[in-house]
Design a protein around this ligand. Structure first.
Ligand code: ATP
Length: 374
């Protein structure tokens, strides 16, 4: 069901910034949100994501730059004249009105008399058709948040802005609502811009994620791209766990960079290295824990050629459901984290065991050690 016919255009921010006195909350930012996409602004508290969202909504006046919605320059328009609507963490439903009337509110305010079909469709969209005559306090947190979404969508905004809308929900409900919001966005087909500090939430829902840090976008991309190809240690660490090994460029071999690390040798495709690759250059080599295989030293002869390999000793293991986490001490990296799927588990892999860690160079990424931020 497409409940919105006017899907509108992109959100385009050009050189938009915000300063408060001498403090810059958002540095000049250029950002395009593709039409009909689910876009997440992701970052830690205070990085400027809410300020950016509020500038799109018109709730915050930019210090510089412009905001376009489709072809329209809305920079000077007040919030109520912009074709956007916002859902906040606090649902702000009218407690004395039932669910139907909460959702109908925007239509009635515009003088629309026959609201039954539109409100009914919207309640069906958020799967609350049966709850229409209940009051907000009779619904769960997740249901109330869905009412807030329905109320925000009823006037067919071009863009829906969501500011930490799931922040007040417990983890289980939060996960359900993530899938629910994604389904709703796919059905209505309008642009959603979602602010969150939760990387898993952004990765689950968004087509495109902008990772923000200290008022700047560090990296923009699909969840898979950001996870597989982080271009800074900040993004690598924010979107999951990565082992970072200090290494030094030794030589080049075809498309690869050969590095020395703790007496061993590592290979990194040059295309995956966001650092100068001149001999002697310092590089932080990153590898995700689940991309590493762990082999008992007695079986090391069976490891295929062409893989990066490091020897070490298991320091600790912990069972975490679908996988087991190993912490391995080695001369190359003091506390290597490795996750191995339980199907592959080898009972000899216990604390004290000598092991070889190995992985494909294609899964390795490299950062400039001089510019690394944690
Ligand atoms: P959170 O997740 O905690 O809301 P955020 O990434 O959304 O964080 P913003 O709310 O955009 O961050 O704030 C960015 C920075 O700007 C913060 O350091 C904040 O203290 C500051 N800031 C926001 N509003 C104002 C204001 N009105 N006056 C002064 N500083 C402000």
């Amino acid at each position: 069901m497409k409940t919105t016919t006017d899907a509108g255009g992109d959100v385009r921010l050009s050189g938009i910034s915000k300063t408060y006195g001498s403090f810059t909350a958002v540095h000049p930012l250029d950002l395009t949100v593709p039409q009909g996409s689910f876009f997440a602004l992701l970052g830690a508290s205070g990085c400027g994501k809410t300020t950016t969202l509020r500038m799109i909504a018109g709730l915050e006046e930019p210090t510089s730059g412009t905001v376009h919605l489709g072809d329209q320059d809305v920079t000077a328009l007040p919030p109520y004249k912009r074709p956007v609507n916002t859902v906040f963490q606090s649902y702000a439903l009218f407690p004395h009105l039932d669910i139907f009337e909460n959702v109908a509110f925007g239509l009635r305010r515009r003088g629309i008399k026959s609201v039954k079909k539109q409100v009914g469709d919207m309640l069906d969209l958020v799967q609350l058709g049966e709850q229409a005559r209940k009051k907000p306090h009779q619904l769960s947190g997740g249901q109330q948040q869905r009412v807030a979404v329905a109320r925000a969508l009823i006037n067919h905004p071009r863009v829906l802005l969501l500011d930490e809308p799931l922040g007040a929900l417990d983890l289980k409900l939060r996960r359900q609502m993530q899938l629910e919001l994604k389904r709703i966005q796919t059905e209505v087909g309008i642009t959603f811009v979602h602010v969150t500090h939760d990387q898993e939430e952004a990765m689950t829902m968004a087509d495109t994620v902008a990772v923000m840090n200290a008022g700047r976008v560090e990296q923009l991309g699909s969840p898979a791209d950001l996870y597989e190809n982080p271009r800074s240690t900040f993004v690598a660490n924010f979107l999951g766990t990565s082992n970072l090994i200090e290494a030094e460029v030794d030589s080049r071999s075809g498309e690869d960079v050969v590095l020395r690390a703790g007496g061993g040798k590592l290979v990194l495709p040059e295309a995956r290295c966001a650092a100068p690759t001149t001999t002697g250059g310092r590089v932080l080599v990153g590898i995700r824990p689940e991309k590493i295989s762990l082999t008992h030293a007695d079986d090391a002869g069976g490891i295929p050629e062409g893989r990066n390999r490091i020897t070490g000793t298991i320091a600790a293991t912990s069972f975490i459901g679908v996988s087991t986490q190993y912490v391995v001490d080695s001369a190359v990296c003091p506390e290597f984290e490795v996750y191995v799927q339980n199907v592959d588990r080898d009972t000899r892999l216990a604390p004290g065991a000598e092991v070889v860690l190995h992985w494909s160079p294609a899964h390795t990424f490299g950062f400039d050690a001089e510019q690394a931020i944690d």
